[in-house]
Design a protein around this ligand. Sequence first.
Ligand SMILES: CCCCCCCC(=O)SCCNC(=O)CCNC(=O)[C@H](O)C(C)(C)COP(=O)(O)OP(=O)(O)OC[C@H]1O[C@@H](n2cnc3c(N)ncnc32)[C@H](O)[C@@H]1OP(=O)(O)O
Length: 184
Amino acid sequence: MTRSAITTPPPGATLPEPLPGAPAPGSPLGSHYSRCFGCGDRHPTGLHLSAVTPDGVTVTAEFTVGEAHQGAPGLAHGGVLAAAMDEVIGMSVWLFQRPYVTGRLETDYLAPVPVGTTLHLRAWCTGMSGRKAYLEAEGRAGAPDGPVAVRAAALFIEVGMEHFAEHGDAQAILAEHHEYEVNP
Ligand SMILES: CCCCCCCC(=O)SCCNC(=O)CCNC(=O)[C@H](O)C(C)(C)COP(=O)(O)OP(=O)(O)OC[C@H]1O[C@@H](n2cnc3c(N)ncnc32)[C@H](O)[C@@H]1OP(=O)(O)O
């Protein structure tokens, strides 16, 4: 991955450990929001990522490129592939049990991805430092050990839940996540 200095962990960054309450290895990770473009089952044309965590700190997921995801005829749109990278990385920071948002996402496109291809995605953390989490992801075409078609490196920034209440739709958060106190 040709990551930049911004997405490279600084000296002293630490690697995450599985947290108490982490999903059991292999168990499916639910959607964080039913209308999310990446993982929501109520999004009509979204990516509908289905994901699991093998170990409580990394995530694997599958995304099948559909008609709604085209850029050039018959090929996945690059922005859609970047969204898949963002989502699988976002699912992996969800395991840290603190809210994060994408600050920076860098993407390498290594091969065109035809409609109908199932991308096997994987995301992992390369370091944590203060509010910053450094992560990478890859998408392999056709099989978990297929050729790498897309790679990404990202910087995610920890925020408070008020970030989503202040800038987003607090009622929708409350409707789907009763465990969060968004208006303390
Ligand atoms: C609930 C489930 C959520 C799932 C999310 C899925 C992933 C997503 O798609 S999130 C949506 C896309 N992302 C966004 O909308 C984020 C928009 N940006 C923001 O809200 C703000 O810029 C935010 C929160 C990232 C940072 O703002 P703020 O909290 O004021 O912190 P700020 O002081 O600016 O930055 C903190 C540190 O991060 C660094 N930083 C922040 N953004 C960047 C960036 N883009 N590039 C490099 N460094 C950055 C700052 O330089 C600073 O570093 P240091 O502490 O060393 O000085």
